[in-house]
Every structure is written in C-alpha cells, then in structure tokens.
Design a protein around this ligand. Structure first.
Ligand code: M6R
Length: 365
C-alpha cells in the first residue's frame, strides 16, 4: 500500500508530479485556455464582487495565501486571508458582494466549515477547494473545485498543498481572464509555466539524497528558522510547519525583513536559517538578510533558482530549484522543504505518518 516507500508521506511527496498534472490537465483545453467547468461564477458574478475572503487552516491556509497574492495582483480585488479559528471572531465584512473561498483537503475541518456557514448566512458567494468528493464542505459550498491529489494518508499534508497551489493559480487566472484584468500574453505565459511544474518537481525529487545530507547537518538542532519575503515567506511558513509537526524541532518562519525587529536575537553560532530567495524583486533584500544572520553565526541554507547561482557566495549551502516565473515558484520551492522535513524526522526516528498529538482531520473547533 505504501508502494515500496517507507512512509506514506514520502510516497505522497513523490506522487506530486502526477497529482499536479491530474489537477491541471482537465482544466486546460487545446488552446491552452483555462476551462473551469466545475465553477459557475460568471463574468457578471465576478463584476459584482468587491471583496474576497480566503479562509482555511494549517497547510490549506498557506495555500490560500498564494491565492490572496494572485487575486490581488491579477484580479485587482482586495483579499483578506484568515485562519478558520480566527475568522468568525474578527467581525468579518461579509455581504452579497463578497466571495468566500474555502480551502480544505478533507472538507471536514470544523473551523473552516463554520466559516463557510457564516459566510453563506451573510449572503456571500462561496467556493470550496477540496480534495474529498462528497465531503461536508463540498456539499455546502455554492461551487466546488476539486484538487485531484488522490487520497492523502500521512498527517503532514504534501500533495494536497501543491495541488491547492495549482488550484489557486487556476482560479485566480480564470477570474482575471474573465474580468479582463490580465493581458492575454501574461495569462498564457503563466499557463505555460503551470504546465511545466510537474517536470520541475520531478527534477527536485531526483535530488532527495542530496537533501538528506543537509538533513544530517541539522537534525540534532533545537531551533530552526525559515525566512523569506513576499510569497517566499508564505512558503517558509509551510516549510516550518512541515518540519515542526513531524520532527518536533522548534521552528519559526519570519518575514526576512522583520527579523531585526526581535527574532534575530535568537541567532547564535550554528543556528540553522533556511532562507528562501526566489522572488526577483525581493532578491537583493533577502540576500542582505542572509548576510545579517550569517554575520551572527547562523548556518544558512539558501533556497533559490538556478539562475541565481551566485547566492552560494552568501550562504553556507544552497538548494537550487529550476527557474520558474516568480508568481508560481511556491509550487516547486516547497518540495525540497517537504523532503528536508521528512529526512530530518526519519533521522530522529519520529513516527512520520502519525505525529504525536495530531489528527489528519480536525473536527473540533
Ligand atoms: O483538511 P484540511 O485541509 O482542512 O486540514 C487543515 C489542516 O488541519 C492541515 O493542513 C494541517 O495543518 C496539516 N497537518 C499540515 O500538514
């Protein structure tokens, strides 16, 4: 059942090229246009929407953050992303001009479901992104977009996340195209890049043994920091969550520029800092932050694209990912972080598929 892998988590990490392809291909036609037959939102509906909420928990929330970024950038509508357990208590602004996007692998998470019900009650249009056909959330939302990731058994979410990222991209680009807020060339460039993501993920999977060597260098540490700016910070949060939930090492993700407002005090000789620097417009600033922590003794593992070869001058180790358009980098950049967390956890002898204190689906508020 584990298909020759030691753990479900590893199997699911390696299933990502297929999961991404399965989520993507049925939504693209021969002309390379997005066709979301499962979503009934029309141009008129979209023109009526003046605010989007994205609500989810844990890893699904991290995927939602990419949706926020892409919708704001390409659809030009303000987006508020919130975790399910906070959303209802923050007096959300919801009316019949609100679109509520719910992201949930299981479709059963209690706080996320409660958020969906509240949004419906207040007249919002609701769209669920879920992996489980027939789940409660899929039955209650106005529209459902399925991530075709296949069953995810490991508690730590991997292929659900990458397929949620792809879903966020498809939904945002389709909205932008319908509303005419994206140029045709940008729209098709991004779709071409999406099509290339399974092959790029495959390239990273081939380097699993090299990533294991990095894991050997950090698995006995007590604290590990993840830093990044913009959507790199969102992926940093996901990398950090992955590491802590399965390896039990304390880790924190920080916006790289926020470090010097407090957290940098924790950096000492040998503290591992995993620094994501995939975003062109933020690259130089992130490299400065790498130098700041390095100067205080941090052991920096940078994660960047092949085109930024010279980052090896500033970091102790580098994980290179294939070049990809910045906006879609998370689909690829999270994969080495999943593999790193997996190897750290196995080196520590942890129960990777069933970490302590956690359940696959959180059905209490
Ligand atoms: O089923 P859901 O996507 O609603 O679950 C949300 C979170 O509970 C889930 O992503 C959790 O954070 C995972 N253990 C992360 O690996």
């Amino acid at each position: 059942e584990k298909g020759g892998y030691d753990h479900f988590m590893l199997k699911e990490i390696f299933e990502q090229p297929k999961a991404v392809k399965d989520t993507l291909s049925p939504r693209l036609n021969k002309q390379n246009d997005i066709r979301l037959d499962d979503i009934t939102l029309t141009k008129e509906d979209l023109d009526n929407i003046n605010r989007v909420y994205i609500v989810a928990c844990g890893t699904a929330y991290h995927a939602g953050l990419l949706g926020k970024n892409l919708i704001q950038k390409y659809v030009n509508v303000p987006v508020i992303a919130e975790v399910g357990s906070e959303f209802r208590y923050n007096d959300p602004f919801i009316d019949n001009k609100t679109l509520m996007i719910i992201v949930s692998q299981s479709g059963e998470t209690a706080d996320t479901l409660a958020a969906l019900r509240m949004a419906k009650e207040k007249g919002a249009r609701t769209l669920a992104v879920t992996n489980v056909v027939g789940s409660t959330i899929s039955r209650e939302a106005d529209d459902v977009f399925y991530t075709w990731a296949g069953p995810e058994i490991a508690v730590a979410s991997t292929k659900a996340y990458t397929t949620q990222l792809v879903s966020m991209a498809l939904i945002s680009l389709d909205m932008a195209n319908k509303k005419g807020t994206i140029s045709n060339s940008m729209y098709h460039d991004l779709i071409d890049e999406l099509r290339d993501t399974p092959a790029k993920i495959d390239k990273i999977l081939d380097t699993s043994d090299e990533i294991k060597k990095l894991a050997e260098e950090i698995y006995n540490k007590d604290h590990i920091f993840y830093i990044g700016r913009g959507i790199d910070h969102d992926v940093a949060r996901e990398g950090s969550l992955k590491l802590k939930e399965i390896s039990y090492i304390h880790s924190e993700a920080m916006p790289a520029g926020e470090l010097k407002h407090g957290t940098i005090a924790l950096i000492e000789d040998g503290t591992p800092v995993i620094a994501l620097a995939t975003q062109d417009k933020l690259y130089d600033k992130t490299v400065s932050n790498i130098k700041e922590v390095s100067a205080r003794g941090a052991k920096v593992i940078a994660l960047s694209m092949l085109k930024n070869k010279e980052i090896d001058q500033s970091a102790d180790r580098v994980i290179y990912i294939p070049n990809i358009i910045d906006d879609l980098a998370p689909i690829v950049s999270v994969v080495p972080l999943q593999i790193l967390a997996y190897h750290v956890a196995t080196l520590k002898g942890a129960d990777v598929d069933k970490p302590r204190n956690l359940a696959k689906s959180v059905t209490v508020e």
